[in-house]
Ligand binder design. Structure first.
Ligand SMILES: Nc1ncnc2c1ncn2[C@@H]1O[C@H](COP(=O)(O)OP(=O)(O)OP(=O)(O)O)[C@@H](O)[C@H]1O
Length: 261
């Protein structure tokens, strides 16, 4: 059974339709990349998958049930989202923020248990965030904040990890570290669905690719079937070469300076 089944989804912000007649099946246990030009609807699709936006028409089923039938708490136990931009003015410490990932698992009116504390401790270590525990989140750089929000999503221990450009502010090392951690979760049967602006990162990490154009799915399927010069030229209007890199072992995309009109 598919993990997500989207059938003829429509979504508009006010009068502006941004997702039109979109159908998509997402299988569990894969690393999906969503690519597409600016404004093509990638973040909107992620917000629909998270249950934060409701489709105007069509249906979204998650693990065999309508997504809308899940309670907020049930969804938070199963789906974690790292949004494109996360800002908070209150000086919560990073430890408090990461602990918030445990809240859906903690019964009401009780405090975090030994398991929750141990999970959070191990995530600070795994995410290379030791030393950040007591720092206020609103005093971090954009990249540091992004890494802490990603750590919070790991603490949520969900079946699905939705990443909306979660590496956009990260340097090379931290980009690779974060995507390695996400990839490790895929080996443990988590499904990762990541909006990635960088097609080369998508090529290195994803085994499935969804390529969007103007609110529709232009192509989707195994990475090798989607990542090709014809698709990239039609969708991004840029000439590319796609070839296996001898260095990384992954497909790589090299693009020309010429932009098609
Ligand atoms: N809150 C909103 N109100 C009105 N229009 C919106 C809103 N959010 C997004 N849009 C519009 O919806 C379309 C899709 O936006 P979306 O953020 O899903 O695209 P995207 O593919 O994620 O873009 P990017 O690569 O630039 O992040 C865009 O044309 C955008 O201007």
């Amino acid at each position: 059974m598919a993990l997500y089944d989207l059938d003829r989804i429509e979504f508009a912000y006010g009068p502006k339709t941004v997702i039109a007649d979109l159908s998509l099946t997402i299988e569990g246990g894969h690393f999906y990349g969503i690519i597409g030009p600016n404004g093509s609807g990638k973040s909107t699709l992620i917000d629909l998958l998270a249950g934060h936006l409701k489709a105007d028409a069509g249906s979204i089923r998650f693990d065999g049930r309508p997504l809308a039938a899940y309670s907020r708490k049930d969804l938070a136990r199963r789906i974690a989202l790292v949004p494109q931009d996360f800002r908070i003015n209150f000086p919560y410490t990073c430890r408090e923020i990461v602990m918030m990932g445990r809240y859906p698992h903690i019964p009401r009116f009780t405090r975090p248990g030994a398991d929750d504390l141990a999970t959070v401790d191990s995530i600070f270590k795994e995410a290379d965030l030791l030393g950040f525990e007591n720092r206020p989140i609103n005093q971090l750089s954009g990249g540091e904040r992004q890494r802490v929000i990603f750590a919070r999503s790991l603490a949520q221990t969900t079946d699905v990890l939705l990443l909306d450009e979660a590496t956009s502010n990260l340097d090379m090392r931290h980009t690779v570290q974060l995507l390695n951690l996400a990839s490790r979760r895929v080996s443990d049967r988590t499904t990762v669905i990541a909006v990635l602006q960088d097609v080369n990162l998508a090529a290195m990490y994803c085994d499935r690719l969804v390529c969007m154009r103007k609110g529709e799915i232009f192509a989707s399927g195994p990475l090798e079937s989607v990542l090709n010069p014809e698709t990239l030229k039609t969708v991004f209007k840029v000439d590319t070469q796609v070839f296996p890199s001898a260095f990384t072992g992954s497909l790589q995309v090299s693009f020309s300076k010429e932009v098609q009109s």
